[in-house]
Design a binder for this molecule. Structure first.
Ligand SMILES: Nc1ncnc2c1ncn2[C@@H]1O[C@H](COP(=O)(O)OP(=O)(O)OP(=O)(O)O)[C@@H](O)[C@H]1O
Ligand SMILES: [Mg+2]
Ligand SMILES: [Zn+2]
Length: 315
């Protein structure tokens, strides 16, 4: 184990049992927490700013509005956005972290529980310098130490790329499915291919792809203007044999809603963007119904029918 056991320089080989025991205990807490959550969806993208947090937030809100019990976990540790998008200002109190009790997530309406790093921070403007192992630990605690309870969906908002955060989610939540967000431009689509290849490598199933910022809805006449090319996401999805969950157009009201904490896409208004989002949500429901997500059901993609342990299988 050496110095990586976390018990400092006094550690000598063979005396690291307590660290191992702590990890084993945390593993058990993770398994117990995840056992009560039916569907886990990791929202990811190769490129930044394509609308992952917007999609995560509105997907979670839309599902909660339909009566599902939903959790929203913000694992973007460098730039957590979810609290701002939902106007959540709750702070975790020290008394809530004492003892071995699970920590209550923030509550948004009746059906949505939310966890973000901002909830844990004394001062939200404090910079945090993250090293890989710290990120892994933070994400494991988001699962192990939180009182998620019984959930139909856990939506996980990732930072862009294929770094520590999505990797930790893939390793910790073995039955998580990826939802890949892209924009129609060619450069974003090249990045999406990286995300899809990452999913292949870590053997994470892809629930589907969303093309965000697909056309612009004119606020005056509601006509759609194709600013970037449209349809590239659908083509890439077909190329990878991944379900295309739908296109969401650019609507300036989405930006305002995201900035002031009242997500526009969950409003009662009728607009092409809201209709597009509703369709993405029902496609997610369909995908989940078609492919029940249970641990025993993981398609490891290794050709042995999902009966192997994807961690150790080399067939
Ligand atoms: N369909 C849309 N129409 C208009 N604006 C949008 C749309 N989707 C996202 N936006 C806006 O684009 C900006 C980036 O969106 P968002 O923060 O969701 O992206 P992200 O992929 O999570 O970014 P990051 O990679 O930094 O985490 C936000 O200001 C958001 O309000
Ligand atoms: Mg984001
Ligand atoms: Zn117009």
């Amino acid at each position: 184990m050496g110095s990586s056991c976390g018990s400092g320089s006094s550690c000598s080989s063979g005396s690291c049992g307590s660290a191992d025991a702590a990890i084993a205990q945390q593993d058990m807490a993770i398994t117990s927490s995840l056992g009560k959550i039916k569907n886990k969806i990791l929202v990811m993208s190769g490129k930044g700013g394509v609308g992952k947090s917007t999609v995560s937030t509105n997907l979670a809100l839309g599902l909660a509005k339909k009566g599902y019990k939903v959790g929203l976990m913000d694992v973007d540790l460098h730039g957590p956005d979810i609290c701002r998008m939902l106007n959540l200002t709750d702070k975790l109190h020290e008394s809530q972290t004492q003892g071995r009790n699970l920590i209550p997530p923030m509550q948004y309406g009746d059906n949505l529980k939310v966890i973000s790093l901002e909830y844990m921070m004394e001062d939200r403007d404090d910079p945090i310098i993250w090293r890989g192992p710290l990120k892994v630990q933070a994400i494991r605690q988001f699962v192990a130490d939180m009182d998620w309870g019984d959930l139909d969906y856990l939506i996980i908002d990732a930072p862009p790329g294929t770094g520590d955060e999505p990797l930790t989610v893939a390793q910790t939540i073995k039955d998580a499915h990826a939802l890949v967000v892209t924009t129609p431009q060619e450069v974003a689509l090249a990045d999406v291919r990286k995300s899809l290849n990452f999913c292949k490598q870590v053997k994470m199933k892809v629930i589907g792809m969303v093309e965000n910022m697909s056309g612009f809805i004119c606020p005056h006449c509601e006509e759609t203007v194709e600013i970037f090319k449209s349809g590239g996401g659908e083509k890439t999805a077909a190329e990878f044999g991944v379900t295309f969950l739908g296109k969401v157009p650019i609507d300036p009201r989405v930006v305002v809603g995201g900035d002031d904490g009242s997500p526009y896409l969950s409003s009662e208004e009728e607009s092409p963007a809201i209709a597009a989002f509703a369709s993405v949500i029902s496609n997610v429901e369909k995908e989940v119904a078609n492919k029940p997500v249970t641990l025993g059901n993981i398609d490891s993609g290794c050709g042995c029918g999902g009966t192997c342990n994807p961690d150790t299988c080399d067939c």
